[in-house]
Design a protein around this ligand. Structure first.
Ligand SMILES: CC(=O)CC(=O)O
Length: 233
């Protein structure tokens, strides 16, 4: 068995350099690889292209990287609820490639499965289709979409073992599942890291072969409490 463990988020993100493309899991504020994002914020790496369903909010998730201007381009499907994102996009500081949500998921899954491209009807007749090859299937036009090419995938799971096998919990599975193994290197941060043999093989969602680095993230109960208090105010 290859032991994929690294000690912490700082070690996990080693090798992420200026200008690289990252895929980051999460939907809403659920299943966000927050420890890795915090380490990226501390690292000062910049000019990143981030593929993620959303861009976080002003004080959480990718919003923290946006705040420090570490992101040059976002490839996302849902980008509301982030005032700094809006400001940077409207001022032209941030490049944005809006992608239909199903296409975003499939571009991840295709990369994970080693499929270079696929056809989809989503986006035909809109800006999304500009410059893309069109082909008819069953009398309906489809556009050719390419699999993502990312340097790193960063995913969050509920449980993982030293070999990188992962189990997600509930809706936190979201984009974490198709992003695992889709980048050249996949980092998994987990809430609980266990020894090999402790996870029920029938419950594993992502096999360890997809993962290169794994670590147990710090617990964030305190942050959640703080956010709850702020929301109530
Ligand atoms: C509506 C959505 O797509 C959820 C999100 O914020 O990621």
């Amino acid at each position: 068995m290859i032991d994929k463990r690294v000690n912490n988020a700082q070690e996990a993100i080693e090798g992420i350099k200026d200008g690289m493309t990252l895929m980051l899991g999460g939907f809403g504020l659920c299943g966000i690889p927050e420890n890795s994002i915090n380490a990226l914020v501390e690292s000062d790496v910049k000019d990143l292209t981030c593929i993620s369903n959303n861009a976080g909010v002003d004080d959480f998730g990718l919003g923290l990287l946006l705040h420090k201007r570490q992101i040059r381009k976002m490839i996302s499907s849902y980008v509301g609820e982030n005032a700094e994102f809006e400001r940077q996009m409207l001022s032209g500081e941030l490049e944005v490639e809006l992608t239909p949500q199903g296409t975003l998921a499939e571009k991840c899954r295709a990369a994970q499965a080693g499929i270079p491209a696929f056809y989809t009807p989503a986006g035909y007749g809109t800006e999304v289709a500009e410059g893309k090859e069109v082909k008819e299937f069953h009398g309906k036009p489809h556009i050719l979409e390419h699999a993502f090419e990312a340097d790193f995938s960063i995913v969050k799971a509920w449980k993982g073992d030293h070999a990188g096998n992962l189990i997600f919990k509930g809706s936190a599975r979201n984009f974490n599942h198709p992003m695992a193994g889709a980048g050249k290197i996949t980092i998994a941060e987990v809430e609980e890291l266990v020894a090999p043999g402790q996870l029920d093989p029938n419950e594993i969602h992502i096999p360890g072969i997809m993962i290169q680095r794994i670590f147990q993230g710090e617990k964030f109960e305190k942050r959640i409490e703080q956010r709850t208090v702020r929301t109530k105010e």
